[in-house]
Design a protein around this ligand. Structure first.
Ligand code: ADP
Ligand code: ADP
Length: 226
């Protein structure tokens, strides 16, 4: 069963009268519960692919389907994680994670229980009263992940989520994310320029090339999971 299907996608940008073809005839898909990475050089259209998959960008040709339905009509089903964590600086760790739960309409006591469960999951239960600026890069990233898990989307779209972290923290957080992901079992489309990261985290790796952005290769790297 397919979670996300991208069919014959072509995207062009026009800037200062000059047109760039960012993606040309791209076909790819993510199965229910599958973790797919997209790797490729800067400018090959990875972010553009993610924008179409989230419904933020309307393509010149082709389409993206979520659960078989055109993505434009679907709301609240896709969760994005960016390089920039976009935590609310005036809110505590607790409230940053709680906000999606309030929006979902959970009762105050259910919100509290769920926030504590999520913060425990990312190892930050002792930091709920801290503000983002009091946390390290890796800790902020964990808060952002907890917030996305709170939102509980059917599809996680992640654009270089661990990009700004130092190499060591990056590997550690990647492993932590993988452990949590194995529990929630949702579909992930994960963008990175780091092939090692892609291989260690995903079930499948899609390789793109530049000018115009196209898929060049695709390989299965599924690990035996418990
Ligand atoms: P990647 O994420 O792989 O680095 P992008 O999807 O950001 O690639 O960009 C793909 C191509 O489209 C690049 O050539 C880039 O310069 C161009 N591009 C991206 N966004 C815009 C935009 N808003 N206006 C014009 N060109 C753009
Ligand atoms: P980075 O600064 O590279 O992002 P980390 O996010 O792993 O690294 O954390 C930096 C420091 O913050 C750690 O050395 C530790 O002292 C503290 N820290 C991080 N997570 C926790 C935690 N769950 N409990 C206690 N201290 C923590």
């Amino acid at each position: 069963k397919w979670k996300l299907q991208v069919q014959d996608l072509t995207v062009r940008y026009t800037a200062k009268g000059k047109s760039t073809t960012a993606l040309e005839h791209v076909n790819m898909a993510v199965k229910d519960g599958e973790f797919v990475s997209v790797v490729g050089p800067s400018g090959c259209g990875k972010s553009t692919l993610l924008k179409v998959a989230s419904g933020l960008l309307k393509p010149a040709g082709g389409q993206a389907l979520l659960d078989g339905k055109p993505i434009e009509g679907v709301t609240g089903e896709v969760g994005m994680v960016f390089q920039n964590d976009a935590l609310l600086p005036w809110k505590t760790v607790y409230d940053n994670v709680r906000l999606p739960l309030e929006i979902k309409g959970l009762s105050k006591s259910d919100q509290a229980a769920e926030v504590r469960r999520l913060l425990k999951m990312v190892g930050l239960h002792e930091f709920e009263h801290f503000y983002p600026k009091q946390l390290s890069g890796g800790m902020k990233k964990r808060v952002a992940l907890a917030r996305t898990f709170a939102y509980d989307p059917g599809l996680y779209l992640m654009d270089e989520p661990f990009g700004p972290l130092d190499a060591q923290t990056r590997v550690k957080i990647g492993e932590e994310f993988l452990k949590i992901w194995e529990q929630v079992g949702k579909s992930v489309l994960f963008i990175t320029h780091d092939i090692e990261e892609a291989i260690s985290l995903s079930d499948r790796v899609i390789v793109m090339t530049n000018r115009p952005g196209k898929i060049k290769a695709e390989f299965d790297v599924t690990l035996e999971r418990p």
